[in-house]
Design a protein around this ligand. Structure first.
Ligand code: NAD
Length: 256
């Protein structure tokens, strides 16, 4: 089950380990024959990302640091990609962060710092990344961000991250409106809950997973492979008429 993306280059931002949704996207893109560039948040992720990348079929040698809280880091990262690769055809934004203490209890207790941190890393980062990626997408491109249903409606304990996802989803629409003239499409995938490093921070995550199995139309949880294959579709010409969209890959849970 693959679309060919041979000859195309994509940047994958947000692999932390083999459970990362970004890694699911990387594997699907690798199977499609694309060339991949990886960015990681800080030194502690470098080795695990390099080790994982070595297990892929393709030869994806470019692995770069990029802490999205630093304008300088983002600029440096894309300058380096431009110098070493030139043109890219798309980018997967799989980045989010909130303090664990903000992902439980009452939303009204959210601190100013915690609110701004979640917005900075999980939402604003898409805008600055798009700014620096745009000149590299000279042949047009596709940007894909990851969101969650907690950005559309209140989900238990998702709190400050839900507000950041609402901001991310609206950023996707504004960016789509801006970048369409450059033939750059911007979309989001709203993934069902998946047990990853980030998900560990959300209280009662097991209950959420259980509810999907019990109630979602497909009665099973979402896999990183399902998200990865949808990302390949959004990166391919098959989706050339789609921009500013949020596609739910969540076993249909959102219709309930
Ligand atoms: P993950 O922990 O594997 O990935 C999150 C990534 O964000 C990590 O690689 C981390 O290094 C990166 N990151 C955090 N701060 C950063 C910074 N300052 N600069 C650069 N990178 C930074 O978890 P995941 O669940 O795979 O998350 C990927 C995306 O999927 C996130 O946007 C998340 O909100 C979204 N998502 C996750 C789920 C889920 O249930 N796991 C569901 C829907 C959407």
């Amino acid at each position: 089950m693959s679309i060919s993306l041979a000859g195309k280059t994509f940047v994958i931002m947000g692999v932390a380990n083999k459970r990362s949704i970004a890694w699911g996207i990387a594997r699907s893109l690798d199977q499609s024959g694309a060339r991949l560039i990886f960015t990681y948040a800080g030194e502690r992720f470098e080795k695990s990302v390099r080790d994982l990348v070595a297990t892929l079929d393709g030869n994806h040698e470019l692995v770069l640091p990029c802490d999205v809280t630093s304008d300088e880091d983002v600029e440096k990262c894309f300058t380096s990609i431009k110098e070493q690769v030139g043109t890219i055809h798309g980018l997967a934004h799989c980045i989010a962060f909130a303090k664990t203490e903000e992902l439980a209890g009452d939303f009204s207790d959210t601190s100013r710092d915690g609110f701004l941190l979640a917005q900075n890393i999980s939402a604003y980062s898409l805008t600055i990344i798009s700014k620096y990626a745009k000149p590299l997408m000279a042949e047009g491109g596709s940007i894909v961000a990851l969101t969650y249903i907690g950005g559309e409606r209140v989900m238990p304990n998702y709190n400050v991250m839900g507000v950041a996802k609402a901001s991310l989803e609206m950023s996707v629409r504004y960016l789509a409106a801006d970048l369409g003239k450059h033939n750059i499409r911007v979309n989001a995938i709203s993934s069902g809950p998946i047990r990853t490093l980030s998900a560990k921070g959300i209280s009662d995550f097991n209950t959420i997973l259980h509810e999907i199995e019990e109630k979602a139309p497909l009665h099973r949880n979402t896999t990183p492979e399902e998200v990865g294959d949808t990302a390949v579709f959004l990166f391919s010409e098959m989706s050339r008429g789609i921009t500013g969209e949020t596609i739910h890959v969540d076993s249909g849970y959102h219709v309930l």
